[in-house]
Ligand binder design. Sequence first.
Ligand code: NAP
Length: 308
Amino acid sequence: MRVLIVGCGYLGTAAGALLVRAGHEVVGLRRTGEGQDELLSAGIIPAMGDVTDPGSLDRLSGPFDAVVNTVSSSRGGADVYRAVYLEGTRILLDWLRQHPVRRYVYTSSTSVYGQTDGSTVDEDSPAEPGTETGAVLRATEELLLDAARAGFPSVILRVAGIYGPGRGHLFRQFLEGEARLSGDGHRCMNMIHRDDVATAIVAALDRGQGGRIYNCTDDESVTQRDFLAWLSDRLARPMPTPTDEEAPTRKKRGITHKRVSNLRLRTELGWVPRYPTFREGYAADVAQAVRMTAGPDEPCPVVQPLTA
Ligand SMILES: NC(=O)c1ccc[n+]([C@@H]2O[C@H](COP(=O)([O-])OP(=O)(O)OC[C@H]3O[C@@H](n4cnc5c(N)ncnc54)[C@H](OP(=O)(O)O)[C@@H]3O)[C@@H](O)[C@H]2O)c1
């Protein structure tokens, strides 16, 4: 296959590397020339262009058999979300009418689930985001679902909070002594290791059904308190102090509390996470942090490899 990865950043590069290793040709589109060396060393052909500019797509060296859209807003606000996700997808769909593909995979987010009651959510649960940015992601999904009803082969992955080499916001805050417990810390977080999202993208390309949504998260939602307590225990550091954050049940918009199920991804696509929980996923980072604070005479913990 020739695969185009639109927005070939942190996640796209990991997915592209897997595809290259499986013998596919991969072109990785980014807005800037940044990260070109990383793409090249993963065997990905770098391309520069802006998904919000149709001319950029026309300059690509097609045809492609499949497109993976892992573009991100690069921390921008709702306007950037609208341009990159919604308009970008519209532009891609227009372009792909002239250049049909066999599969299209889009990485949406579990933030489209606005639940605040701690319930378990699957792909049939209401997806009513409480934030403007979540609403843009949901509208982008709807665009792709409409296209799928007309025969376009789009598959949607709703991805949980990604961590992995160099990423993991709360973990890093904890290491810097800046993590805070929100309220009593009962809020559930849903996470996934970058390398497991990459294998889910490959599974979606291989076996995903057009018009189908798959949640992409690990096997265990964890409360903020339990996650921080685990770090505190492993790293022998005190629990962070609580803040007075309002409980999510009191309608603090954007702060959700839910347990996202990955059952469909596992059963329908046969996906098995390499890091079923944060414990395995963070083992290497934790071991490294312990090693950095250990004295010279203390034994070194075993460090697990992070990449596949
Ligand atoms: N990170 C998370 O926790 C998380 C959670 C749920 C879902 N997701 C989804 O997962 C996907 C990948 O996330 P990520 O963390 O890998 O993002 P990332 O590292 O920020 O990579 C995104 C890439 O998109 C490129 N890009 C941005 N605007 C573009 C444009 N207008 N045209 C072409 N390329 C553009 C960026 O290129 P430049 O570097 O050149 O600007 C960057 O390489 C996104 O769709 C995100 O919504 C992420």
